[in-house]
Design a protein around this ligand. Structure first.
Ligand code: AMP
Ligand code: MG
Length: 519
């Protein structure tokens, strides 16, 4: 095994907590606390990602070595690792929540490989000074969901944190999954997440709210220097403006990407927003089966629908405004911050148009297209049509004589389709005319559509099946599912079962349609 090159800038360059005791507390004027992972009784590596290992210059076989299994389970440290938990705050469901911090995440260090920096972070490795009243642990079901979804998103081309490994701890963890007073013992697990940076909007909000302005200035300069190195060549007076603009535009891109693949994060609090525009903190997330802009997988949000599918872009913008308010305490030229939010609007509108045109097989977005798209979204929503199947099948529609039976498989309710048949026929006629007007060769159109409309996504029930098997001691389905998700845009022989619409039994089953935050 090659030697590892750790370079732990976060704890070297930013102020840390002078206390080293692992006890819940408020940590002022500091961004991190030293914390040692709590050892676990029987660590067992049950899954790993070959691509993420390669990013770090490793192979899955390296990870099976006892010293790596120990590191990935919190039972030991490799040379150069120096574990810490970070301090941040956040707005939760619209309310300022004060200090939150890494309550169950412990970073091991920043590994350099091929001129790239990768922070390794264990999730579920025991309590930290930020654990508040919780145990710092994670259950197997939520760890499988984070492991699989991180990699599914990566292979779909959606910006995300990565997952290197999934370890079973051998410990039992008590969770009240339904919040009904019936806690149950569940297997504990640890995921090792990997990203260039785990800095969140909330890292900036907390010092701003506390009036710790010199620390806030330090964090801004640090983030630009470490995570936005391409901005260091810019004149100092423009650097921060360009930096905030980039946070706004990468976040806009992320919202377009989530819309494209039908991903609903579920808890878009400002502490769950990455400064790099990555999908971060996989909790009660879900994938849209039947197209529904009002759908949220998160039971805690079932009434308010604050974080439902269709509201994610507006919420991202709201979160950026909260970040702008925090930055305004030290970036006194408010115009700069307003220009960043404007850039979010511009980039979002433009990329959303391009993305929709690509999904629908049009060469170029035209402003009149909104009408056709809105009509389609209304129809898909009213008639319960499977989003992934619909767009994938649409590529094969013969627009010279549109035959709707091609799409039958995408419908969940035949009765609703019959009710709306006239509107559908009209829509397909208008759509076909729009495609024909561009005069593109059908095979080329299909090939382009198939690059943006996946066959395989991590449907909620597929993840749940892998979880059910794992809870019975069978980890093979996790590997099998990951294997299919590695090539989401390519139809794979023998894998049709992974590309079907949600079966009826899964419609209301916990874990398949609704998820609690208990994890
Ligand atoms: P989330 O909504 O999952 O992103 O979590 C919000 C906050 O709660 C973060 O500060 C987490 O670190 C913390 N948290 C969630 N679950 C636990 C847990 N089991 N133990 C300690 N802290 C937790
Ligand atoms: Mg979080």
């Amino acid at each position: 095994m090659a030697s590892l090159n750790f370079d732990n800038r976060f704890i070297r360059e930013l102020p840390g907590d002078p206390l080293t005791v692992n006890q819940t507390r408020q940590v002022n004027a500091a961004f991190w606390s030293i914390v040692t992972p709590t050892p676990v009784p029987h660590p067992q590596l049950i899954a790993s990602s070959v691509e993420v290992a390669a990013l770090l210059g490793l192979t899955p076989t390296d990870l099976q070595q006892p010293e790596w299994v120990a590191a990935l389970s919190g039972n030991g440290l490799l040379d150069g690792m120096s574990p810490f938990a970070t301090c941040y705050g956040g707005h939760q469901f619209g309310q300022w929540a004060g200090q939150l911090g890494d309550g169950r995440a412990i970073s091991l260090g920043e590994l350099l490989h091929n001129n790239q920096r990768w922070e390794l972070q264990l999730k579920g490795a025991g309590p930290t000074p930020y654990s508040r009243r919780a145990d710092g642990r994670a259950v197997l079901r939520s760890s499988i969901r984070e492991f699989l979804c991180s990699e599914a998103m990566f292979h779909l081309g959606v910006p995300t944190t990565h997952a290197l490994s999934l370890v079973l701890t051998g410990d039992a963890i008590w969770r009240d999954m339904f919040y009904d007073g019936n806690p149950k013992a569940e297997p504990g697990a640890i995921v090792c997440r990997v990203a260039p940076s785990f800095i969140r909007f909330g890292h900036f909000q907390l010092p701003a709210m506390r009036g710790e302005l010199s620390q806030l200035n330090q964090l801004i300069d640090f983030t630009i220097a470490r995570d936005f190195p391409h901005l260091s060549a810019e004149p100092a007076e423009q650097r921060r403006a360009l930096w905030f603009r980039e946070i706004c535009t990468t976040t806009a891109t992320l919202m377009v990407e989530w819309t494209r693949v039908g991903f609903v994060h579920g808890v878009m609090n400002t502490d769950n927003m990455s400064i790099l525009g990555l999908t971060i903190d996989y909790g009660p997330y879900g994938w849209v089966d039947n197209f529904d802009l009002n759908w949220t997988p998160n039971t805690t949000d079932a009434e308010g629908l604050r974080y439902c599918f269709g509201r994610q872009p507006a919420i991202a913008r709201w979160n950026l405004q909260r970040l702008a308010e925090a930055l305004a305490t030290v970036m006194t030229d408010q115009d700069i911050l307003m220009q960043g939010i404007d850039a979010f609007d511009e980039v979002f509108a433009q990329e959303m148009g391009n993305m929709l045109a690509a999904k629908l097989g049009w060469q170029q977005w035209q402003s009149e297209d909104s009408e056709l798209v809105n009509r389609l979204f209304d129809l898909l929503q009213q008639t319960e049509v499977d989003m992934t199947l619909f767009f994938r099948r649409l590529a094969y529609l013969d627009v010279t004589q549109p035959d709707l039976s091609l799409l039958t498989e995408a419908f969940y309710r035949d009765d609703l389709f019959v009710q709306h048949q006239t509107e559908f026929v009209q829509w397909f006629d208008d759509y076909s005319a729009r495609v024909l007007a561009e005069g593109v060769v059908p095979e080329e159109r299909a090939a382009r559509m198939n690059q943006v409309n996946p066959v395989y996504v991590l449907r909620n029930y597929l993840a749940q099946q892998a979880i059910d098997a794992a809870e019975q001691g069978n980890y093979q389905p996790i590997a099998e599912l990951l294997e299919v998700l590695r090539h989401p845009y390519t139809e794979q022989p023998g894998k049709a079962a992974y590309a079907q619409k949600r079966p009826d039994w899964a419609r209301h089953k916990p874990g398949c349609s609704m998820l609690s935050c208990s994890s």
